[in-house]
Structure formats: structure tokens, C-alpha cells
Write a protein that binds this ligand. Sequence first.
Ligand code: BG6
Ligand code: MG
Length: 222
Amino acid sequence: MFKAVIFDLDGVITDTAHLHFLAWQSVASEIGIPIDEAFNAGLKGISRMDSLARILRHGGMEEAFSQKEREQLAQAKNALYVESLKGLTRDSLLPGIAQLLTEIRANKVRIGLASVSLNAPTILQALGIASAFDFCADASRIQLSKPHPDIFLAACAGLGVTPEQTIGIEDAQAGIEAINAAGMLSVGIGGELSGAGLTLSSTYELSWPRLSDFWQAMRGQN
Ligand code: BG6
Ligand code: MG
């Protein structure tokens, strides 16, 4: 049996992926770069500064802003994003997540978080689930963002498990690649994720039996 489940946050535990999009869309339009949901899909799992770099590249403005100006743009985006987080409550958990956290805990399997968001602690508090996690990897200490495996490896180390004993759950292509690169089993939420060991259309389909069956099928042991 697996020893831990490590969750991404934005788009897996709660729908903050959309709030990130709205905040970036506002800041990008101010500097004349229109972005849509399709472009935003490529920003999922990507750190704040890397997301900004992708937006500037998308608008052909890679050279247009100094480092200081980039930091100001990132701060402006974060201010909008943090403001939008004020509406988060326990009701903002995506379907099936509260039940799944309870089931994992009941089966004495550890629970970790691997989010590159610097706002992750605030969001877990707002959702009322901070105590459900045995270990949350510290995004501020991670040099290489997803698709590099570093944040998942940090979460495994903090939980005291090896990647081979662990399942990771992600909604982003970069996240699935990070989980696979770490040597964990990957579960993808939402369509169009290549390389996921198991793909589910929504968190509604996540459950303890689903994860156990997946583990059994892939690792062939109980
Ligand atoms: C990830 C999101 O979880 O966190 C990205 O998928 C986001 O969209 C990244 O850019 C960083 O978040 P924050 O809150 O530190 O700006
Ligand atoms: Mg995500």
C-alpha cells in the first residue's frame, strides 16, 4: 500500500486556478497583453515570476520591463489575487476533497502538499484544512518550479517517505511531469493531461477505493 498522498493545491483542492487567471488577465491587459483561458492553462503550476515571464513573452514584451518593474507587476497581480481569496471558506473545497482527506487519514496514510504558491498557507487556513496535512513543502525554498520534481521531492522528504511509495495528484501538465520525474505515481484531474498514470475528469471521482485500485494496478502489491 502507498504510504502518502501528496496534493497540488490550486485546481485540485480548491478552484483558485481561475482566480489566478482573473488576476493575471487584469494586470496583463493593463500593459496591453490580452490573455485567455487557453493561454492560462499553460500557467498552471508555474511560479509567479515564471508566469509573468511567459505572459511578457506571449505579448512580445520580454525586454520591455526592468527587473524592478517586473516585481511591481507581480506584486500588483498578487494584490488582486489575495483580495479575491477573501471569499474562500470551507465551502470552497472542490467536490470529494473533504471526504478523501478523511478517508486517507482513516487508513493511516500520510498527507502532503506540494504547491509552488506562496499563498498556500493562507489558503489552507481559509479552507479550514491546514491540520489535515502532515507536511507542506515550503514554496519559498524551492529553486526550480514544476515541471522539475523538486517540490514533490521536498514533500516526500518532509513526510519521511520515498517517492516510490507515494501518489501525487495534479491538475496541471507541469505538475504531472513533476510527479513523474520524482518517480511517484501520478493522478491527473481534468482533461488533456498527458502522461498521467490515472486521469479523472474531476475531483468528484477521487476516492480512497479509486486510489487503492490504481496503486494495486500499477505497483501490484497491497
Ligand atoms: C500555482 C498555480 O499553484 O502557484 C500558479 O498553479 C501560480 O498559477 C503559482 O502562479 C504561484 O502562486 P502564488 O500564489 O505564489 O502567486
Ligand atoms: Mg494546480
